[in-house]
Design a protein around this ligand. Structure first.
Ligand code: ATP
Length: 293
């Protein structure tokens, strides 16, 4: 379990993180979302003991990071790029890190396989692509087999195959009872990956809950085209629906089910050419919650 309670970080007069309280639970993958500069990295750095809170606390399994008995075996983190020496091979980087973490060296080859770097294991990390560096960073985070994973923008630089790999790996981890907190400035990037969302803006909490609730939080819209748009518009408005006519013929209707809209058009004697329920655009829902106010 990861928890922050009234977590705050001030840089002079700027409050990068401001009274932030949220939880990431075991068995779940939690997306930590906010626009650039909203305070995600600052929050994660405080959780990992790399920066001291101005007020409040960040807890991992009930304790601040600095009080954990075996931090590297309790929490795995992917923070910035460039954690390895460019002249070192991926494998020697992992062996050195395994020694630091007190992890079994046998895990190195297992993890190289798990993150898909077996063939590149002896290549200089300086020659790795961004996606390969992300894979190496994930392997490093997993060395101590920690139950809690904290990943800052890990999807950056991954191609669709890489994203699918990351999804499988995190799902496995959560299914085994692990806690995963993963940050991004794009909800769409994480939508296929996460169970819960925490959305912040200006260092403050804007929304916390299951991803599925985000879809429910916005009203569905209908897209309707018919032979006489003007007449359709009047018919829908006469029952209290909100209607916008765009491109001269397509109506966007709020406040009606598809069944109702079909019946109303039929009663008004207007043949319908298209009637569809628009699935909400996740990125728009996200921007509505995370955007500046
Ligand atoms: N060391 C620092 N000194 C002063 N201000 C800082 C420092 N670190 C971060 N900030 C400010 O705190 C705010 C939050 O930054 P932070 O890097 O946590 O955001 P973020 O959500 O991780 O953004 P991004 O998605 O761009 O990484 C920004 O306004 C940033 O300029």
């Amino acid at each position: 379990m990861i928890e922050t309670i009234e977590l705050t970080k001030a840089y002079g007069r700027v409050r990068a993180v401001d009274g932030l309280s949220f939880r990431a639970r075991p068995g779940r993958i939690t997306g930590f979302l906010g626009l650039n500069g909203s305070g995600k990295t600052t929050t994660l750095r405080m959780l990992l003991g790399l920066s001291r809170p101005t007020a409040g606390v960040g807890l991992i399994d009930g304790k601040p990071f600095t009080e954990l008995a075996h931090p590297l075996r309790q929490v795995g983190a992917v923070l910035e790029q460039g954690i390895s020496h460019p002249g070192q091979s991926g494998r020697s980087h992992l062996i050195a890190q395994a020694m630091l973490a007190g992890a079994d060296r046998a895990r190195v080859d297992l993890l190289l396989d798990e993150v898909g770097l077996v063939e590149a294991a002896h290549q200089r990390t300086g020659d790795y692509s961004l996606g390969m560096r992300q894979r190496l960073a994930v392997a490093t985070a997993l060395l101590g087999d920690p139950p809690v994973l904290i990943l800052d923008e890990p999807a950056n630089g991954l191609d669709p195959e890489g994203i699918a790999w990351l999804r499988g790996l995190m799902r496995d981890h959560a299914d085994r009872g692990g806690t995963v907190l993963i940050s991004s400035h794009l909800l769409a990037e994480l939508a296929q990956l996460i169970d819960d969302v925490v959305i912040i803006a200006d260092g403050r909490l804007r929304h916390e809950g299951p991803l599925a609730d985000l879809y429910g939080a916005t009203e569905r819209r209908l897209r309707v085209r018919g032979r006489d748009p003007q007449r359709l518009c009047e018919a829908f408005e006469s029952v209290g629906a909100k209607v916008v006519l765009y491109d001269g013929q397509t109506l966007e209707v709020q406040g009606l089910t598809a069944e109702d809209a079909g019946e109303i058009a039929f009663a008004a004697g207007v043949p319908v050419h298209e009637l569809a329920t628009d699935t909400p655009n996740l990125e728009q829902i996200f921007l509505g919650l995370a955007g500046a106010r």
